[in-house]
Design a protein around this ligand. Structure first.
Ligand code: TYD
Ligand code: MG
Length: 457
C-alpha cells in the first residue's frame, strides 16, 4: 500500500506541491492550490516516489515484437459522426470524457447513444444532475427505445462502482464528473481532489473490467474543463462538444485520443428530436444569400480526414473609438493580427485605424492555417467594398514575408469545392494539380500580391 500523505494540487494544471503557496509554480496561476490528502494519483510525482526500490518484485518485460497486434475491437456508437471522432467506435476498457458548456447537448447525445446500445450491450446510465423522471421524459419525447436501458441517480462513486459490478454493463455513462463524490478523498464535489480521485477510481474500474466508461465534464467560463487538467492524463480520450451561440449546430472535436487521430471533427444539429448527425456539413455551412456580398469568401479547410467548406466573413470599417476593434470569431485572434500586419507590409493596405471583424459562419472554429488566404481576401474585399464572385473560393497558408505556402490535401479540397458547384479557386501554386480538376478553374499563386491580382483587387 502506498502511504497516505498530504500535499497540494493546482486546480488549473494539476501540478503537485509539497506545501501551500499563493502561485502555482508549474503554471503560474494564482490561488489555485487545494489541499489533498490521500494517495497521489497515478502519474503524479508522488506515485514514482512511492514505488519501492530494488527490494520489490521486478516487472515482467516483453520484447516489442512479441506484443499482440490485435487491433482494439470497436463498438459502433450508433452515430457515425461520434465514431469518426472516436477513431472508429468505442473501445472496451477505455475511458472517454466529453466536455462542453451547459446546454451543449452532452446529456441528450449520451442518452440517445445509451438507449440505442442498451439492447445489445448492457448499458448503465448514472446521473447526478437530473432526476430519473426528467430522463425518462426526455427519452419518451425523443422516442428512444426505453426497454433495455438501466438507470441510476447516484453521486457516490463507491455506490456507482458497486452497482456497476453487480449489473455488469459493457457501457457505463456517468453524468457528470463534477457531481461525483468519493470517500477516498476530502473536499466538496466538483473540487480538484474529488474530481481527480473519482476519475481515478472509474479509470481503474474500466481497466479491470473492460467496461467502456463515458464521463461528462463541464467547462468553466474560461472554456477549460472545470476541475483539474490532470484528468486529461488519466483518461483515454477527451472530446469537447462545442456550441456556437444562437446556432443549432454542434461540433464535436477530439482533443486527446489514445485510439485514433485527434483532429477529427463531428458535426451535429440540435433538433426538437434531440441530436441529429450532419452527414454533409459543407452543405449546411454554405447557405449563402443570392447576391454576392463584399467581405465574404468560402474556404475549404481540412478537418481530420475530410474537407469542409465554410464561409469567412470580414467587415472592415472606420474605427469608432480611440482604439480600433479587432474581433475574430472562429479564427484565432493572434493569427488575424499577424495577417493584418502581412497585409500592411506586403500589400500596402493600412488597416490600423479600422475596426476589423471576422466571423466564420455557422459557429465553426477554424484551427488550421489553410484559411489564411481566404481571411486576407475577405478583409480586402470588405475594405474595398468589392464583392468577390460567389463561385470563387480560396485556401492556402500565408507566411510573414507574404508568401503563399502549400497546405495538405490540396487536390481533395479542390475536388470537394467542385462537387459543391464552385467554378474558380485561388490556391498555393504547389497545390495546383497538373491535370486540373474538372469544372474548376484553378489559379495557383506564390505570393499575396499574386493572389490579390487573381482576385482582381
Ligand atoms: P442537454 O443535453 O441537457 O445539455 P448538456 O447536458 O450538455 O448541458 O441539452 C439541453 C439543451 O438542448 C436545452 O437547451 C434544450 C435543448 N434540446 C433541444 O433543443 N431538443 C431536444 O430534443 C432536447 C432533449 C434538448
Ligand atoms: Mg447535462
Amino acid at each position: 500500500m502506498a502511504k497516505q500523505r498530504e500535499y497540494w494540487v493546482c486546480g488549473s494544471c494539476g501540478g503537485d506541491h509539497a506545501k501551500w503557496q499563493g502561485q502555482c509554480a508549474a503554471c503560474g496561476e494564482w490561488n489555485t492550490l487545494e489541499q489533498v490528502r490521500g494517495v497521489a494519483a497515478a502519474g503524479g510525482r508522488g506515485a514514482a516516489r512511492g514505488a519501492g526500490g530494488w527490494a520489490g518484485e521486478t516487472s515482467r518485460i516483453t520484447a516489442l515484437a512479441d506484443v499482440d497486434l490485435v487491433d482494439a475491437p470497436r463498438i459502433p456508437s450508433g452515430f457515425s459522426e461520434l465514431d469518426r471522432v472516436l477513431g472508429g467506435g468505442l473501445v472496451p476498457g477505455s475511458v472517454l470524457l466529453i466536455g462542453g458548456s451547459p446546454g451543449a447537448g452532452k446529456s441528450t447525445l449520451l442518452l440517445q447513444v445509451s438507449c440505442g446500445l442498451a439492447k445489445d450491450l448492457g448499458v448503465l446510465y448514472v446521473t447526478g444532475e437530473e432526476s430519473l423522471q426528467q430522463i425518462a421524459l426526455r427519452a419518451q419525447r425523443l422516442e428512444l427505445p426505453r426497454e433495455a436501458l438501466r438507470l441510476a441517480s447516484e453521486t457516490r462513486v463507491e455506490a456507482i462502482l458497486a452497482a456497476a459490478a453487480a449489473e455488469k454493463p459493457r457501457l457505463l455513462v456517468v453524468d457528470s464528473i463534477q457531481t461525483l463524490q468519493t470517500e477516498a478523498a476530502d473536499g466538496a464535489p466538483g473540487g480538484v481532489t474529488q474530481v481527480r480521485e473519482s476519475t481515478a477510481r472509474l479509470v481503474r474500474f474500466a481497466k479491470e473490467t473492460g467496461t467502456i466508461v463515458v464521463l461528462v465534464g463541464h467547462v468553466n467560463k474560461e472554456g477549460g474543463l472545470a476541475g483539474p487538467k490532470v484528468l486529461e492524463h488519466m483518461i483515454d480520450a477527451f472530446m469537447m462538444l462545442e456550441d456556437a451561440s444562437d446556432s443549432r449546430f454542434r461540433t464535436l472535436r477530439g482533443h486527446k485520443n489514445r485510439f485514433g487521430a485527434v483532429n477529427e471533427l463531428g458535426v451535429f444539429a440540435m433538433t426538437d428530436r434531440g441530436m441529429r448527425e450532419v452527414a454533409n456539413p459543407s452543405a449546411i455551412f454554405l447557405q449563402r444569400g443570392e447576391a454576392p456580398a463584399a467581405g465574404s469568401l468560402v474556404v475549404v479547410v481540412w478537418e481530420g480526414t475530410r474537407p469542409l467548406l465554410v464561409e469567412v466573413q470580414a467587415l472592415v470599417d472606420d474605427g469608432q473609438g480611440a482604439h480600433p476593434r479587432r474581433v475574430a470569431v472562429g479564427v484565432e485572434g493572434n493569427r488575424v493580427a499577424m495577417l493584418l500586419a502581412v497585409l500592411h507590409r506586403h500589400a500596402g493596405l493600412q488597416l490600423g485605424d479600422q475596426d476589423v471583424f471576422l466571423n466564420v459562419v455557422g459557429g465553426v472554429r477554424v484551427a488550421e492555417t489553410g484559411s489564411d488566404l481566404a481571411v486576407l481576401l475577405a478583409l480586402v474585399s470588405s475594405f474595398r467594398d468589392r464583392a468577390l464572385p460567389q463561385d470563387l473560393l480560396a485556401f492556402g497558408e500565408v507566411g510573414l514575408s507574404g508568401e503563399v505556402r502549400p497546405v495538405s490535401n490540396g487536390q481533395e479540397r479542390l475536388r470537394e469545392a467542385a462537387k459543391h458547384g464552385f467554378r474558380r479557386a485561388i490556391c498555393p501554386l504547389q497545390n495546383r494539380p497538373r491535370e486540373g480538376v474538372e469544372g474548376l478553374e484553378v489559379v495557383g499563386v506564390r505570393t499575396l500580391a499574386e493572389a490579390l491580382d487573381a482576385a482582381q483587387f
